[in-house]
Design a protein. Sequence first.
Length: 58
Amino acid sequence: MAVLIELVGELGHVGGDYFTRLNPQKARSNAVRQLEAMGYHVTLSNDQNLWMTLGEGA
């Protein structure tokens, strides 16, 4: 139990996005998998202009 408390104490200050920053590819894959499990068709793009166009129409 003391080890768990010690671990939580150490991880408590790294931030909520710690695991996303640690392994962004895994975080991205998990997000896509979860959305697809909910019935969404997922397409990813790095194109910021596309994102802005889609965001304006929403």
